[in-house]
Design a binder for this molecule. Structure first.
Ligand code: M6R
Length: 369
């Protein structure tokens, strides 16, 4: 079933564009998001006063990305919590809390137990799941399936971009119901989503070769750091998780703004640091701040690999390497910026001669608590 691919992971990364496109299918009508699976839930979705996202691992990072869009577009407060932490802390839930679980397999025991707990406490539960008829969707009040297709490699890749897509669809669906975005804003965001698959294709076509090359010269590296800000922050953590699980390299993802509160002490000569650079077209001055974070770590000897949008010239003098992603509205950049990080982790594991589909100590779905 691998086709001509060297691994399931290589195949699944190549399927990232399709995973997004198929997850959008049938959910956009004349520029409006309407999720048929949520028919009959309009009043409920208008009435919620809080969204709690629960998931584990990569699915939790998708949830963290989704939080930015959900809060910004729906104005409903959103918390994201690791499923295994959630139910042991006596959480406050009400019938107006929407608990959104995210799981590729739909069988992750930690997430399942958290969903059951949330239901018992009277919350409404919605599951975002990639596996038809799995246990978590069956235990939930509603389900929005991601259509990434079966994911075989232990490292989650195409499911991750599909999960973000589903969360953005959910956010736009709820924003339409609650009237928190204008028709024009809704249409603009829909157009951004629809353009993502083609842009991921471009990242795969233009950067794959180069990333694999420097994955090669970094094969002896013992630690890699990842920095991001706003939606780039969960992407930094996702990049680090992939490197840990596939290449067995110590890796950490940090919020760029947190550097000066501690992590900058880790920087020494030669330390590789990936930085997800926000668009210079974004609001606030996040771009300038991230560039100055790069300057600070560079001054201490870090070797900086920036992931930045095409045409962003400010990164050139400060970064050692620049990986380019096509222009997208800032909220949509994670769907592009994560792709080089998936390729990098796969390339580094391959350079070390490791099995990228079956990393040691890990199972595809974790069915024990
Ligand atoms: O099947 P799930 O989405 O519930 O799995 C959650 C995590 O176990 C999973 O994302 C894990 O972190 C991956 N191996 C990461 O690549």
């Amino acid at each position: 079933e691998k086709g001509g691919w060297s691994s399931f992971m290589a195949k699944e990364v190549a399927e990232e564009p399709e995973a997004v496109a198929k997850t959008l299918l049938g959910r956009i009508h004349e520029g409006r998001v309407e999720i048929p699976e949520l028919d009959g839930m309009d009043d409920l979705l208008r009435g919620i006063d809080r969204i709690l996202v629960i998931a584990c691992g990569t699915a939790a990072y998708a949830g963290m990305v989704g939080k930015y869009a959900l809060e910004s577009w729906t104005r409903v407060p959103v918390d994201v919590e690791l499923a295994h932490e959630f139910r042991y802390r006596d959480p406050v839930l009400s019938p107006n809390t929407l608990v959104v679980s995210i799981s590729q397999s739909g069988e992750t025991m930690d997430t399942l137990m958290a969903v059951k707990y949330a239901r018992e406490q009277g919350a409404k539960t919605l599951s975002i799941c990639n596996t038809q008829g799995a246990t978590i969707p069956r235990e939930s009040d509603a389900v929005v399936y991601t259509h990434a297709g079966p994911e075989v490699a232990v490292a989650s890749t195409k499911a991750f971009v599909a999960q973000i897509t589903a969360l953005y669809l959910l956010a736009l669906h709820v924003a339409r119901l609650r009237g928190t975005l204008s028709a024009e804003q809704l249409a603009d965001n829909v157009a951004e989503l629809e353009a993502i698959p083609g842009k991921i294709v471009r990242v795969l076509e233009t950067e794959q070769e180069r990333i694999s090359q420097f994955a090669h010269w970094m094969a002896d590296t013992r630690s890699v750091l990842f920095l991001g800000r706003h939606v780039g922050y969960p992407i930094a953590m996702e990049g680090a998780l992939k490197l840990k699980e596939l290449a067995y390299i110590h890796a950490e993802g940090f919020a760029a703004g947190e550097l000066k509160h501690g992590p900058i002490a880790l920087i020494e000569a030669g330390q590789p640091v990936f930085v997800v650079v926000p668009s210079p077209r974004g609001s606030g001055d996040m771009h300038r701040k991230v560039i100055s974070s790069i300057e600070e770590i560079r001054a201490r000897g870090a070797r900086v690999i920036a992931i930045a949008e095409e045409g962003d010239a400010a990164v050139l003098p400060v970064a050692d390497e620049v990986l380019r992603i096509p222009l997208a509205a800032p909220m949509f950049e994670p769907l592009l910026a994560v792709v080089p990080l998936h390729i990098f982790a796969m390339g580094l594991a391959t350079a070390k001669g490791l099995d990228v589909d079956q990393p040691r100590n890990l199972a595809k779905s974790v069915t024990v608590e």
